[in-house]
Design a protein around this ligand. Structure first.
Ligand code: HEC
Length: 245
């Protein structure tokens, strides 16, 4: 009976440590991450998602694309994404890349290619529409399911629409993307993490070789950059020479 306080304390400590490990450390590490303002381009990164792309993100989530596609590029010691052909990106994905995503679609299985930079490699919307309508159009061995329900067949009235897909269809009809398909393709085209954050590169690639300019003595350990206030991070980025000892 008199062991009750001990059991309670034990349970409390287990929960407190799990919470600190899972929630607190991440909050301290990433909670203060802010978009980076690039003075030369007069623009913040990551950029705000345009309206149709944001709608497309909801379609992507709704249709479960994340069951087969990840959105996380892993290079260096974590994976071969930067060396495979075609490359899945020019650099690793950083936590900051996802700041504007209302729901982060990291995914867990890679049945298909990583899509975090699909907008950088597939720049042609027509090809993306075709891929969604009939993934096997270019290669019959491709296994992605068809999303042809995102398209509709309509009788041609007057001039054929410039958006009509070049697919076999009954005479006098055309296949057009529905607003959901248009939004989804806008979202896919918007997926490109190509911006190089000046203060980010050391943070997510631990095995990177030391930089040529040595950091100030007693400088922050790897990973500590994230707890900087956005203002100080921006100042550091603006004046890299000031770090000279
Ligand atoms: C059942 C698994 C599966 C699902 C679900 C799926 N895909 Fe795919 N996807 C694939 C595979 C596999 C490939 C590679 C080509 C192939 O085999 O069809 C692919 C390829 C792609 C490509 C071409 C990628 C490149 O590198 O050029 C795009 C774009 C794409 N998928 C988008 C989507 C979108 C958007 C959705 C949701 C509407 C989706 N996929 C759902 C399996 C899937």
């Amino acid at each position: 009976m008199n062991r009750a306080p001990l059991i309670f304390l034990g349970a409390f400590l287990v929960l407190a440590f799990s919470w600190a490990g899972l929630v607190l450390t991440n909050q301290v590490g990433y909670g203060s991450l802010a978009p980076h303002f690039d003075d030369t381009e007069n623009k913040a990164y990551p950029a705000q998602m345009a309206g149709p792309a944001a709608q497309g993100a909801a379609v992507y989530q709704d249709l479960g694309c994340a069951y087969c596609h990840t959105q996380q590029v892993r290079g260096g010691a974590q994976g071969a994404d930067l060396t495979r052909l075609p490359k899945w990106g020019e650099r690793d994905s950083y936590a900051r890349d996802y700041l504007r995503d209302t729901r982060v679609q990291l995914g867990d299985l890679r049945v298909g290619p990583d899509l975090r930079n699909v907008g950088a490699r597939d720049t042609d919307s027509t090809a993306l529409y075709l891929h969604l309508y009939d993934p096997a159009h270019a290669n019959p061995a491709w296994t992605m399911p068809s999303y042809n329900f995102l398209f509709e067949q309509r009788p041609i009235t007057g001039e054929p629409s410039p958006l009509a897909l070049k697919v076999p269809v009954a005479a006098g009809f055309e296949v057009l993307p529905t607003p959901r398909a248009v939004a989804l393709v806008a979202y896919l085209l918007s997926l490109k993490d190509t911006y190089d954050y000046p203060d980010e590169s050391q943070m997510n690639t631990p095995p990177a070789p030391p930089k040529t300019a040595a950091p100030a003595k007693g400088g922050p350990p790897v990973g500590a950059t994230s707890v900087k206030s956005p203002a100080s991070a921006a100042t550091d980025a603006a004046k890299p020479a000031a770090a000279k000892p």
